[in-house]
Design a protein around this ligand. Structure first.
Ligand code: SME
Length: 162
């Protein structure tokens, strides 16, 4: 359900992401800052992290980058594995309202109930993704998706000029 207060909160955080983009001197610092900002400000975003494709590795593998939340056993994920692999291989945002009913799901924490994974594109090609887990069922609505896609788009642009 979308509430007015949730919408206001998301708009505030979107502005903070834009401010961080202006302030961060490197793409790496921006990515680190995004994980901290989303994790601190969005109370249902209980694990926030980037997975980036390792350059030149065959078969391609997603490698854990900056993250906030508990350490995950999944530090390297192949493209045919998990919700992360599904988002990277399809180039599409994946939202899962109930991870326990999705056979693709790779468990990171027993508390996780829902997940969103948004690909990061660099010059039109998937370079990685922004992954967020929530302890709440169906935590990622339309505005959440828009916020996370905004973050991923800005990161892609920063990486293009890095
Ligand atoms: N749940 C993910 C794995 C990464 S952890 O959530 C941090 C997946 O199914 O691909």
């Amino acid at each position: 359900m979308t509430t007015a207060s949730n919408f206001v909160k998301i708009e505030e955080v979107r502005k903070e992401v834009d401010a961080l983009n202006s302030k961060a001197s490197t793409a790496d610092g921006f990515m680190d800052g995004i994980t901290r900002l989303l994790h601190d400000k969005m109370l249902k975003y209980n694990w926030v992290g980037f997975y980036m494709l390792e350059p030149g590795t065959k078969p391609p593998v997603l490698v854990l980058g900056h993250f906030q939340g508990a350490m995950t056993p999944h530090t390297r994920i192949l493209l045919n594995e998990g919700i992360c692999g599904a988002a990277a291989s399809s180039g599409k945002t994946v939202v899962v309202d109930d991870v326990n009913s999705d056979p693709r799901y790779l468990a990171c924490s027993i508390e996780t109930k829902s997940e969103i994974v948004v690909p990061v594109f660099v010059r039109g090609v998937v370079a990685g993704e922004l992954d967020i887990d929530s302890h709440f069922h169906a935590a990622f609505g339309v505005e959440d998706r828009s916020l996370v896609e905004h973050c991923a788009r800005l990161v892609g642009k920063r990486l293009e000029s890095a």
